[in-house]
Design a protein around this ligand. Structure first.
Ligand code: SF4
Length: 408
């Protein structure tokens, strides 16, 4: 529902309330979005899109005069100023006495305790290191913590924690804690991402009880609901989620049969994301990836056979000129060999070195040049050009995956 509300000072507020969020427009250049617990989720002001994470950080994105994409994390002082401005605007709107349905969310937003919320977020979650771009708005449930490998020289995402798998009781408590943290805000999150790094590494007999806990806590959209029926299903199931999504690595996928994946699909698993990084075996070995390209191809084939959708992640610019030819040609070849269709995604991610990972040091010692954005773009173009898979809508989407855009 929508409402145009004249404010006492001559301004107008445009309010839009759905079963997931409240959006407020003030004039032409100011928009705020809140989840239904009153937590600021996003904003547009001063020509910048702002996205606030549950950890309290705010990422600002905009295009500069040359139409180049720019992004910056707001400083703590800027975040504080933003929240103060939001509170002042909410007071102006509440003073205009909006109808009760709006007023209750506005009141929650005005009194929202952000410090307490961030504190609780840190108690409920280990840091959420990364998600696939189509899952940035998912409800993350950490069935595992960390990565069971932690070997890849370019990745330091999970080096801060020991790998562990939660027990069903521990996982159930985590789900309740997440729900308690998000309260009504849970409705903004319409899918579940089973974290951390490769949650599907969990042996099947331990994984199924965890899926049972998810089913106890959420209504999962059946896979028989078509894409065209999806919005209607979500409208009529305000607490429903479209499914469960997770990362997997080739080695862990090897340990699951087609039947195992089929069972997981029946329990709600929808799309699995696999970090191929490259189809070039020498580059994968140099990067110390735990699985080979051949294993990952086999894993994708088996998951597709089980009816799952796939997201394949490729790194562009990694390994420098030494691996350039092999990386581009072998990656395109392995992607072309994957049975990817309209529900699958190929993510091309420009490699950005993590200073906490050993990549830069090893590369320098071996005479491999540091990553360069233009080189990553060149590889992106070449790999795309070598793809023979049909383009969308019949074939898989090709999408960028920029790690600097991630905010949860
Ligand atoms: S890239 Fe994946 S498998 Fe490798 S260390 Fe990072 S999270 Fe683990």
């Amino acid at each position: 529902m929508q409402l145009d509300l004249p404010l006492g000072d001559g301004d107008n507020a445009h309010l839009r309330l759905s079963n997931a969020a409240l959006t407020i427009g003030l004039g032409m250049n100011l928009v705020y979005t809140f989840d239904l617990s009153g937590r600021l989720f996003g904003a547009f002001r001063e020509g910048r899109n702002l996205r606030r994470g549950l950890d309290g950080r705010v990422l600002a994105r905009w295009r500069d005069n040359q139409r180049r994409r720019r992004r910056i994390w707001l400083s703590e002082a800027e975040c504080k100023r933003l929240l103060e401005d939001v509170r002042r605007d909410l007071e102006r709107i509440l003073a205009a006495e909006p109808p009760t349905a709006y007023a209750s969310v506005l009141q929650r937003a005005r009194t929202f305790d952000y410090d307490e919320d961030v504190l609780r977020f840190r108690q409920v979650y280990r840091p959420i290191s990364i998600l696939p771009p189509d899952q940035y708005q998912a409800l993350v449930l950490q069935a595992t913590e960390g990565c069971s490998f932690n070997t890849c020289i370019f990745c330091a995402l999970y080096r801060d924690r020991e790998f562990r798998i939660k027990s069903p009781a521990g996982f159930a408590a985590h789900i309740q804690a997440v729900k308690g943290l998000l309260r009504e805000g849970v409705r903004l999150r319409r899918s579940i991402f089973l974290a951390d790094a490769n949650a599907l590494v969990i042996p099947q007999e331990r994984l199924l009880p965890l899926f049972a806990e998810i089913a106890r806590a959420f209504e999962i959209m059946p896979h028989t609901v078509s894409a065209a029926q999806r919005s209607a299903w979500l409208q009529t199931h305000p607490n429903g989620v479209t499914g469960v999504f997770a990362f997997v690595d080739g080695l862990s996928a090897e340990r699951k049969s087609v039947e195992d994946f089929r069972t997981l699909r029946e329990r709600g698993l929808r799309r699995v994301y696999i970090g191929l990084e490259s189809g070039h075996e020498p580059l994968l070995a140099w990067l110390r990836k735990p699985s080979t390209a051949a294993e990952m191809l086999d894993a994708v084939k088996r998951m597709k056979q089980a009816g799952l959708h796939i997201g394949v992640i490729v790194l562009t610019g990694v390994g420098g000129r030494r691996f350039h030819e092999g990386h581009c040609h072998d990656t395109a070849a392995i992607l072309n060999a994957m049975p990817l269709g309209r529900d699958d995604i190929i993510y091309l991610s420009p490699f950005q070195p993590d200073p906490l990972a050993p990549y830069l040091e090893i590369a320098q010692a071996e005479g491999i040049e540091p990553p360069d954005p233009e080189f990553a773009r060149e590889q992106n173009r070449l790999i795309r050009a070598l793809l023979t898979l049909p383009p969308p809508p019949a074939g898989p989407k090709r999408a960028p995956y920029n790690l600097s855009d991630f905010v949860y």
